[in-house]
Design a protein around this ligand. Structure first.
Ligand code: F6R
Ligand code: MG
Ligand code: MG
Length: 358
């Protein structure tokens, strides 16, 4: 049986500020998805101010009906956000009329279709206050680093490695690189997550293993409208990395770009759904993970994977790093380098200053 997992997300309004998504928006999304005959199952949550729709169906990726359903949830949420006067109501809906696919319209999309195995564990990662390339680091660790993933060495099904598809966000072109054969080339690109974004990972037999949302909001809008706040879907077990190997990179709170005003580097903190609320300096950038089995196009046993003391040390370390880096105030490298500030509200300030240079 071919099954599709679609994760479509958008920020349709925060409350208060850009910190979180009001329960009314979540309840409204659940109500609409429950009534729909288009999908077989769903799970709705939020990460910070982003409303996250996890949908399971049999219609394949880029399906018009599924995208239309997600768009209708975001449109309806925007109406509520406007009425309730939440902050930035309709923030990510860059277009007015739905034209067949939400790609390019503002929402973030990660989708994969696969033949259901006897057991198919799936992990969905959702982030707030960071950019699309934020998954480069963990995807490399999960699928290419034997110090993270024991299965790359021990499991004969994974021993041959994986295939990475990388998008150049500047040109829109993609390149496919094999691991372990081409890892130095791969790292040459993905070490610059602002430009090169891992779009998907495949087994060497071309089975889909992971997929990310690669939308760059600022490029779509041509102006600053908050960060991309990306999502990622990973399959696990039996020839793919184990659930614990997929989660392992997040035990290290690596630095990502985003945070306050999409203009700062900061630690990526793994949190439970309960703590998926951006507070300190509008952050720190955070990530949640919902894990479940997919069976007969149903979501079985969703679990809040970072709701676990095993990630306490990562959280503590992230807070220490946040404290340290925050002391730099408006100085780099806390603030992003100039070329990345081009995509924020900074150019408007610079324009005002330009006349004063003699
Ligand atoms: C970052 C983000 C927030 C806002 C900040 C200013 O992605 O969403 O940090 O950039 O709160 O927001 P406005 O301009 O709406 O006052
Ligand atoms: Mg927002
Ligand atoms: Mg957000």
């Amino acid at each position: 049986m071919k099954t599709t997992v679609s994760v479509i997300k958008a920020d349709v309004g925060g409350c208060p500020g850009h910190s979180t998504c009001n329960q009314k928006l979540i309840d409204n999304a659940k109500k609409i998805l429950k009534k729909s005959k288009v999908i077989n199952d769903f799970y709705v949550t939020h990460c910070g101010d982003d409303l996250e729709l996890i949908m399971v169906h049999g219609k394949g990726v880029n399906n018009k009906e599924v995208h239309k359903l997600a768009w209708s949830v975001f449109e309806s949420g925007t109406k509520i956000a406007k009425k309730e006067e939440y902050h930035g109501a309709g923030q990510d809906l860059l277009k007015n009329a739905f034209s067949g696919n939400v790609r390019g319209m503002g929402p973030g999309v990660a989708e994969m279709e696969f033949e259901e195995r006897k057991s198919d564990p799936v992990l969905v990662f959702m982030a707030d206050k960071t950019e699309a390339g934020a998954w480069n680091f963990p995807l490399y660790k999960i699928f290419a680093d034997p110090f993270n993933t024991a299965g790359l060495v021990i499991d004969p099904h994974m021993h041959e490695g994986f295939l990475f598809e990388v998008l150049d966000a500047r040109t829109g072109k993609t390149v496919q690189l094999n691991s372990p054969e081409e890892i130095y080339d791969l790292l040459a690109l993905i070490g610059s997550p602002g430009r090169y974004i891992i779009k998907a990972v495949y087994s060497k037999k071309k089975d889909i293993a992971a997929v990310t949302s690669t939308q760059k909001l600022s490029q779509m809008a041509g102006r600053y409208v908050g960060k991309d706040d990306p999502v990622m879907i990973c399959r696990a077990q039996s020839g793919f990395p184990a659930v614990g190997e997929v989660l392992e990179p997040f035990a290290f709170p690596y630095l990502v770009s985003g945070w306050m005003r999409g203009s700062h580097n900061g630690p990526f903190i793994p949190v439970s759904q309960r703590d998926a609320r951006c507070t300190r300096f509008d952050g720190p950038p955070r990530v949640i993970c919902i894990g479940f089995q997919v069976a007969n196009r149903k979501i079985i046993g969703p679990q809040d994977m970072f709701d676990d003391p095993a990630f306490d040390l990562a959280r503590q370390k992230a807070n220490e790093i946040a404290d340290y880096i925050r002391r730099h105030g408006p100085f780099q490298p806390h603030r992003l380098p100039d070329e990345e500030m081009e995509y924020t509200t900074m150019p408007a300030v610079m324009k005002k200053l330009s006349g004063k240079f003699k």
